[in-house]
Design a protein around this ligand. Structure first.
Ligand code: FE2
Length: 252
């Protein structure tokens, strides 16, 4: 199974006269076109889709995403607003139409996909409260032998000096790690938020953070090599090799 990941596009209103508005829209547009070329089975979007959670930003985001050919699965970031997102993506059948949390399971593919919600209104840091822990625990217990990929905005681990204590309550990140650690079917966790690329082991599985698609806010990318071109991820999943991830720089 081939999965493309995009994250932290931070789209601004189309009417904005900030130079970043056109730049970020161009970054996403170019990623979408290049992702289509690779024909992935699914596209995962790990949040911070827009900058101010305004309806006009979400409408513009949907226009930019419209050419995507593969099914798209999105989770919110701290920049997103869940009710605005629900309204903007109301035609997406898998999304929970109501309820406090924006989490869900996709059983349409070889790998089970589980979108997790690490956000709370007016909170910059990650949250993974008791209710979310219970939901993940019971969701994973239903199919313990089916390879499962998780995706979430906030990484539940530190990244050097760039990202420390990313969860408001460290015990919630620890609980997430504990649940994943006793579910051997989890083949990986895809994250955003830090804007900085990371590949590591975590909770007995593989974790990835991708740099932001928006080149003006990304970090940890060699710009001599990337030359301000947008980057997205391609993740190959197989029962033999597990999760193999590649950063794709969109050609000029
Ligand atoms: Fe972000």
């Amino acid at each position: 199974m081939l999965i493309a990941q995009i994250s932290d596009t931070h789209i601004l209103p189309p009417t904005s006269d900030q130079p970043a508005a056109k730049l970020r829209a161009d970054c996403l547009r170019q990623c979408v076109a290049d992702i289509n070329r690779h024909q992935p089975d699914a596209v995962i979007f790990t949040g911070d889709t827009v900058q101010h959670a305004r309806p006009d930003e979400y409408a513009w985001l949907r226009e930019l995403l419209a050419p995507l050919q593969a099914p798209l699965y999105v989770v919110p970031g701290n920049r997103d607003d869940k009710s605005q997102m629900r309204a903007a993506f109301s035609d997406f059948a898998f999304l929970p139409g109501d309820g406090e949390f924006f989490h869900y399971v996709i059983d349409d593919h070889d790998t089970r996909l589980v979108g997790l919600d690490s956000t709370l209104a007016d909170e910059r840091k990650g949250r993974f409260c008791d209710a979310r822990q219970a939901w993940l625990d019971s969701t994973l217990s239903v199919q313990p032998d089916q390879p499962t990929l998780l995706f979430i905005h906030h990484p539940p681990f530190d990244v050097g000096e760039h990202y420390i204590g990313g969860y408001r309550r460290s015990e919630e990140a620890a609980q997430l790690e504990e649940i994943v650690g006793r579910n051997a079917q989890v083949v990986g966790l895809l994250c955003g938020h830090v804007h900085w690329p990371v590949s590591r082991e975590w909770a007995g599985t593989q974790a990835r953070i991708m740099p932001s698609v928006a080149v003006d806010v990304r970090k940890g990318v060699d710009e001599d090599e990337a030359r301000q071109r947008p980057i997205y991820m391609l993740h190959e999943l197989s029962r033999v090799t597990g999760l193999a991830s590649h950063a794709i720089t969109v050609p000029a």
